[in-house]
Design a protein around this ligand. Sequence first.
Ligand SMILES: Nc1ncnc2c1ncn2[C@@H]1O[C@H](COP(=O)(O)OP(=O)(O)OP(=O)(O)O)[C@@H](O)[C@H]1O
Length: 894
Amino acid sequence: MTVSGTVESADPRGPVATLLRDLRSGAEGLSVREAQRRLHVHGPNELPRRGTRRWWKELVRQFTHPLALLLWAAAVLAVVSGATPLSIAILVVIVLNAVLAFVQERHAEHAVEALGQYLPQRAWVIRGGHRHQVPARELVRGDVLLIDEGDRISADARLLSGSIEVDMSALTGESVSVPRGADFVDDASRALDSPVLVFSGTVCTAGSARAVVHSTGARTEIGRIAALSERVHVDESPLERQVRRVAWLIAAVAVAAGVAFLPLGLVAGLTLSTAFVFAIGLLVANVPEGLLPTITLALAVGVRSMAKRGAVVKRLSAVETLGATTVICTDKTGTLTANSMRVVTVRSGLGLCSTESPAEHALVAAVVRCSTADLAGEAVGDPTELALLAHARNAGTDLDTETRDRERLALYRFDPRLKRMSTVDSVGGVVRVHVKGAPEEVLPRCVTTLDEAGTEVPLSEHERASAERVVEEMTARGLRVLAVAHRVWTRGTPQDREQAERDLCLLGVVGLLDPPRPEVAAAVKACHEAGVTVHVVTGDNGRTAAEIARQVGIRVARVIDGEELDALPDRELDRLLGGDAEIVFSRAAPEAKLRIADALRHNGEVVAMTGDGVNDAPALRRADIGVAMGVSGTDVAREAATVVLTDDNFATIVAGVREGRRVFDNVRKFVLYIFAHAVPEVVPFLLFALSGGVIPLPLTVLQILAIDLGTETLPALALGREPAEPGLMTRSPRSRTEGVITKRLLWRAWAVMGGVSALLVLVPFFAVLLNAGWRPGAPVGEGSELHHAYLQATTATFVGIVVCQLGTAFAARTERASLWSVGLTSNRLLLAGIAFEVAFTAALVYLPPLQQVFGTAALPLWVLLLMVPFPLIVWGVDELSRWRLRHKRNAGPS
Ligand SMILES: Nc1ncnc2c1ncn2[C@@H]1O[C@H](COP(=O)(O)OP(=O)(O)OP(=O)(O)O)[C@@H](O)[C@H]1O
């Protein structure tokens, strides 16, 4: 009986009976209703959220980061030199940039934080006498927790039964597993060292146990010791680091250009203060302050869309690595296959025949005993075992879990290295060992079998050979095969596993079908087209795995089993994995994954490796991208991985690769776009300086700022959301060393788009001036006859740059493909950005108050008409260069 209300303080290290009494709980756990009441009274099992940075601190940071400080310095210099409007404009630049960066970073942070909801921590408890899976935040004091291998422990608890190994590194920093058991003697001085207690935040690496929760949330040891920040750490990705470096480089160039302009301006006849103002303008215009937050946001948006598709990426930086994946090493069960295991064939007794026999009854009885799964209610357990239990139930043999567990004397769990499991049970007073596992493991341990009458007879060599043939037949059909055996134990109980699993009586073999997931074949094909190699690493039989692999289109060049792999020297393994050949590693021990990951990385591959068990964790960490199974995987694997699949599906990994490529491409697109505008902005200044002032300045400083601020930002953001380019998944993966900024990108930005734009914008500038009667060297200053024409001419340059940007934006949308193939209107955000750009420019040119500030003048129609073809020319030249690239690729060797 449990009574609601406050639970008194309870000593977790005192006698169990007293603890249970104080917690008002029992071996059967709390009732569901009582648990809900306690949750309501005491609150959820959560750590207080500390360390969440205040929003205003974040905002202040945006105003004080080094690039912003550079702009502040420029604003001060502008005031000093008497150019107040410029300093105000710079302040506007600083504020707008800070606000934009702030909004973008918040957005990115929220996107990453929201990932938590895709990966809720769960725990198994006994409530009202039944197993339930509940969200870990709903655990309450008095709950009886079921802890299994691979589970993360979510509350502080006292063990009631069983023994486990626990990795305490979250609390102690030492990552060695320590034994903990309900019956251990508690003589530790610190609670943390007590062998009967387990703590929130630690993980169970082996065994299973029951424990009663005595502290939750902030009252747990981890809640007390660590002022833990729950904030998701948004670490800097290599991409961001690269771009940060480039941003600094450009900033340095901008400062250098500004400083260099000063003497050039003076030589060209400017006064010191005017030269100063222009130098500052040049500097401000070219400092790429908005680049980084835009990239962070693009990555975060990528992460969010991947999560929606079932791939939860835990680090922003993983998005780009995922896109560069060259090799995927995948599990078989559940990833390539549907994990809907079903017994399709049973062969039992002498000669392993398919007729019903006493051996088959014994076999069914054995698989029911030799199991830790539970079919009742919410089916829990290993899918292989659940399938065997379902088969037994259909065959009329059912045994409730309680009786099974009560009559069990020993359990030797399924060990992926030994590939078998066994139990020692007392059945009607007889002690019997039940064994099931991979035939290669079980058959050699069998010395007898059962004949038609159910009598134990010796297993002759002939019988053994025919059993092996039956197994071969089944595996060739892609079936997972298990051999089942038992033995009667007459002398007490076996000492250890080795003793128990000796001299067995073979009952038969079972073939289970787990069909491939229907979507996997297409995903494998996509991998091949994208130049990604797929290897299968499985604990299953080589023939079974190779058959399934072939069914999904993997080009199995070779099957290497565990023993063969062990005998293979590292150099040989590197060589084998060096080509495009796809390999099935069968009967692989978990350590094999680590070796394979190492060899692939040694060959320079970018490796995505899947895993689900505790033993897979090291390989998941070692691979470039560790991919854990969210459904069937253990908490340990989920924590070690960078990507968690919420559907365990191979096709989702491939969708992730595609998304990673898209995000990386998009970052390139807006970097390209932002870089391209520098040339038409700088060239006019150079022209003025190099001509020694004979040609007047074609652009004013405030007009430059208007471009950087007003017209450029939104289209750049929109390019970050560009849909995937056709051919994205038919090109080879990007090389590990290839950065975001390549020679081709710089060529396209500066020579093609920037160069063409720079030439074009000078056309309306000179056309307006010449049309008004200007000749080189003629005065255009305030009060002069040509002054209005000069204002119109600079306005024409300004509008010319904006118009060329339209062409650049459309050209930047694709890296290789033609604009037609993606569709002119497929990026709505870009169209909206461009509409804003045009409206903003029109306001600047035609609204008198803005004309005053920006030094613009209304343009006559003929000037506007002159500029109509500009976007087409900029885009057209780039389109031609992309066409040439495609043409060359197609013609060249593939
Ligand atoms: N619960 C079990 N009890 C006994 N033997 C098992 C059990 N599950 C699997 N086996 C045997 O061990 C072999 C390896 O299984 P394991 O589960 O380790 O493979 P795996 O690496 O998970 O395979 P996959 O790559 O297909 O997911 C199986 O082929 C089967 O013969």
